[in-house]
Design a protein around this ligand. Structure first.
Ligand SMILES: C[S@@+](CC[C@H](N)C(=O)[O-])C[C@H]1O[C@@H](n2cnc3c(N)ncnc32)[C@H](O)[C@@H]1O
Length: 226
């Protein structure tokens, strides 16, 4: 195991945590919920452990009050606009955490207009999964991901559709108690790309920084990062 420490914040599934562990990293997931898969997990508030000396944090903050598909409720449901403000403050605090390398993941929504535009928007179908879900990445000291395997869509009336979509473009999942969990779980191909590409990148920089005699410090931003 390398000594590079990875915090996967707001993750109950263990997907990204276990992808990093499979690559030999010291990774811990954290969520208010218990982990679905046994492994290193802190059950509680991410801000309890955010100052514990992590080299990399990948965070998946809740999108309910941030994503474009839900924002129209803010004008109709009393109190909901305030919940959007709280959710934005949570994201802002994650972005400002004292960790040299940070990736925040969320669907398209108001983080882009209220905080800043993402460095990258990815799709699971660019990473080997037969699924469409535009996913924004806000990156600090991390390079944009390189697609690992394109899954071609089927074409329905001239429109592109992937395996998780009906012909009209809706999500195929039927209603169920854990539908939100299934929909929120990070796709395996994306989790593997986080671990292999950012893991390599962080550990290479780690070796450079420590062989230069120093502690791992935040480094210059690579091209394409804010
Ligand atoms: C959209 S889900 C992310 C799921 C993730 N992609 C996965 O595969 O497990 C957001 C998660 O953030 C968690 N969460 C909300 N506030 C939190 C906090 N203060 N500290 C840790 N986790 C938190 C929620 O419990 C929820 O499980």
């Amino acid at each position: 195991m390398t000594s590079t420490r990875v915090l996967v914040a707001c993750e109950y599934s263990g997907r990204v945590r276990d992808a990093f562990i499979a690559q030999g990293f010291d990774a811990v997931s954290c969520d208010l919920l218990p982990t679905d898969v046994p492994g290193p997990h802190y059950e509680g508030d991410v801000f309890d452990i955010i100052n514990d000396g992590w080299d990399l944090m990948i965070a998946h903050p809740p999108c309910t009050y941030l994503c474009s598909s839900g924002l129209h409720w803010n004008k109709r449901v009393p109190g909901r606009a305030e919940q959007t403000e709280e959710a934005l403050a949570f994201v802002q605090s994650l972005m400002q955490a004292p960790i040299g390398r940070i990736a925040i993941e969320n669907p398209i929504g108001c983080i882009s207009s209220r905080i800043r535009k993402p460095e990258q928007i990815i799709q699971p179908w660019q990473f080997g999964d037969d699924a469409s879900k535009a996913t924004c990445l806000w990156l600090k000291n991390l390079p944009p991901l390189i697609p690992t395997g394109i899954v071609e869509p089927r074409i329905v009336n001239g429109k592109k559709r992937w395996g998780n979509q009906t012909d009209s473009g809706q999500n195929k999942l039927p209603p169920s108690e854990d539908r939100w969990k299934i929909r929120s779980t990070t796709f395996q191909g994306v989790a593997d790309a986080f671990a292999s590409q950012w893991g390599d990148w962080v550990s290479a920089k780690h070796i450079l920084a420590t062989s230069a005699g120093g502690r791992l410090e935040p480094i210059a931003k690579p091209d394409g990062c804010a």
